[in-house]
Design a protein around this ligand. Structure first.
Ligand SMILES: NC(=O)C1=CN([C@@H]2O[C@H](COP(=O)(O)OP(=O)(O)OC[C@H]3O[C@@H](n4cnc5c(N)ncnc54)[C@H](OP(=O)(O)O)[C@@H]3O)[C@@H](O)[C@H]2O)C=CC1
Ligand SMILES: O=C1O[C@H](COP(=O)(O)O)[C@@H](O)[C@H](O)[C@H]1O
Length: 518
């Protein structure tokens, strides 16, 4: 078998095994190839897979964008960025071999002829390999072009695959801006590609620590029996960013806001992994069937009053982050000075299932907070009979399991311990596991895992159609209360470089809780 032929053609008996487990050789076509995502994430991810020997041999990359560029110019631009951002550094010898597989295809996204030429080019690549080939189309353009690109792929017959091969599409975020636009995009995607060939990317699912959530819960006997409302008091998910609107991001962000940019996708995905029931198996649909039930069970904040009671939105005013003075949100580059877009959001969520009855889930996300960190903390209830409550100082805090998604990926468990000595005094202590020290190597970037999974035909870490739509259904109520109600809940403020507005603290104080200090 040639290294690039479709394995299923030459060995039909192994088709199921191979297509589910092993990434297969293919041509990756990236739409938006001169853009930031391609340069900072996608090509470095493919390069690092090559460094680790994980990239299937014979993978070709075709970059599609409208600027005039030769292959050499395109490769030079990619190299410049790779030197800066690649997680494993830049090895000239490996790069020189890797870059030979990269080509540039100049075309407008809306130009029929550009797709006809693309089809010819892909056929040529396959002919050079001695046959037919698999194709992975990665739509990394601005969202207003998603429909056009999909329709043109269909028109050029590029959604079809040769016998025994596959043709798949990865769609970047944002997947719609509300339920209606997401449903529309899903219709376009599904009349172009089958659902099994559609990969809606959510890069948080590719993060090592997010993948470990299921392992933590279902491969350890000690957590699952406690993972319910009987033992858990509350769960918090914090995603804090110290950056603001650098690099021209304000134009996109001001139309989106924290709720749509991060909560609808990444944070609700994390929530699903934390709260879902054990799946019957590890198949993509087995896992996604359980995740979508969590989103479907969210209590809907469907009136302005409920939104005001359970959701806090805020903008930052000028302040200091890491000792550097930064502007307020409305003074940021490309942000409307009168903007009513939130750069911070905090929510109280209730999941109306047997397991989670009465347990609040608090989520907060903000730009220009003191540091970059994402974590999930599971706060357990106090023991039923606190023998030590009469001690001076009482019992300090309770058990908290902290899952650090990033940085310093790891898991810690806070317990109460006796301070060594002749008197009985208690103090909280921490058992701490760090990925870097336990496994002695850094985690791969999320895009590495996700690209490989798409080449392997494994959609477990990609969002399914119903997950995306259910998440929008929940988010839309809040957006409507903010932007369409007669008495919209107010926009709070906080000073950049602090931990968010007082109103977000009040949200938890009302329940007798407080945000975990990161
Ligand atoms: N950047 C990031 O870190 C992240 C980005 N994303 C998503 O990825 C997508 C791309 O983002 P990003 O790379 O930042 O965007 P950029 O604006 O940096 O890149 C846009 C790309 O689209 C091309 N393009 C624009 N208009 C046309 C056209 N009419 N015909 C052909 N090509 C065109 C540009 O080509 P040219 O240069 O020739 O104009 C460029 O290659 C977005 O959906 C974004 O939400 C998601 C997560 C993170
Ligand atoms: O999708 C997005 O994610 C980034 C945060 O990603 P991370 O991997 O660095 O945590 C966020 O900054 C951006 O606004 C959002 O669009």
């Amino acid at each position: 078998m040639s290294e690039t032929a479709c394995p299923s053609m030459s060995n039909p008996f192994r088709e199921d095994l191979v297509s589910r487990n092993r990434p297969q050789p293919c041509t990756v076509v990236i739409f938006g190839a001169t853009g930031d995502l391609t340069h900072r994430k996608l090509v470095p991810a493919l390069y690092n897979l090559a460094v680790d020997g994980e990239l299937p041999p014979g993978v070709k990359i075709v970059g599609f964008a409208r600027r005039d560029k030769s292959d050499a110019e395109f490769r030079a631009g990619l190299e410049e960025l790779n030197r800066k951002v690649s997680r494993s550094g830049h090895d000239d010898e490996i790069w020189d071999r890797f870059v030979e597989s990269i080509h540039y295809h100049k075309s407008e996204f809306t130009d029929d002829d550009g797709y006809r030429r693309l089809a010819e080019r892909l056929d040529e690549i396959d002919r050079d390999r001695g046959g037919k080939g698999n194709r992975l189309f990665y739509i990394a353009s601005a969202p207003e072009f998603f429909d056009d690109i999909l329709e043109h792929l269909k028109q050029a017959g590029l959604n079809e695959s040769a016998e025994g091969c596959w043709s798949r599409v990865i769609v970047e975020k944002p997947f719609g801006t509300d339920l209606a636009t997401a449903q529309h995009l899903n219709q376009v995607v599904n009349r172009t590609f089958e659902e099994k060939d559609t990969y809606r990317i959510d890069h948080y699912l590719g993060k090592e620590t997010a993948q470990n959530l299921m392992v933590l819960r279902f491969a350890n006997a000690i957590f699952e029996p406690l993972w319910n409302s009987r033992y858990i008091d509350q769960i918090q998910i914090t995603c804090s960013e110290n950056l603001g609107m650098e690099g021209g991001r304000g134009g996109y962000y001001d139309k989106s806001g924290a709720l749509r940019d991060m909560v609808q996708n990444h944070l609700l995905q994390l929530l699903s992994l934390v709260a879902m029931e054990p799946p019957t198996d590890l198949s993509a649909d087995g896992v996604r069937d359980e995740k979508v039930k969590v989103i479907r069970s969210l209590r809907q904040w469907d009136t302005a009053k409920k939104v005001a009671e359970n959701v806090v939105r805020a903008q930052y005013t000028a302040g200091h982050v890491d000792g550097v003075s930064v502007p307020g949100y409305c003074e940021e580059d490309r942000v409307d000075p009168e903007s009513q877009t939130e750069a911070y959001v905090a929510l109280r969520l209730m999941i109306d299932t047997w397991r989670w009855s009465g347990v609040p889930f608090y989520i907060r996300m903000g730009k220009r907070l003191p540091k970059k960190a994402t974590e999930i903390s599971v706060h357990f209830k106090a023991p039923p009979c606190v023998l030590f409550s009469a001690l001076p100082g009482g019992v300090p805090g309770g058990n908290v399991l902290v899952i650090r998604i990033q940085p310093d990926e790891g898991i810690s468990l806070r317990m109460v311990s006796k301070i060594p000595g002749t008197s009985l005094r208690l103090e909280p202590v921490k058992m701490d596991f760090h990925y870097a020290t336990s496994f002695g190597k850094g985690s791969p970037e999320a895009y590495e895992r996700l690209l490989l999974d798409a080449m392997a035909g494994d959609a477990t870490l990609f969002a399914r159609r119903d997950e995306v739509e259910e998440a929008w259904r929940f988010i839309d109520h809040i957006e409507r209360a903010w932007h369409e109600s007669d008495s919209p809940p107010p926009m709070a403020e906080f000073v950049a470089g602090t931990w968010g507005p007082k109103e977000a603290d009040d949200l938890l104080t009302a329940d007798g809780h407080s945000w975990r200090r990161l």
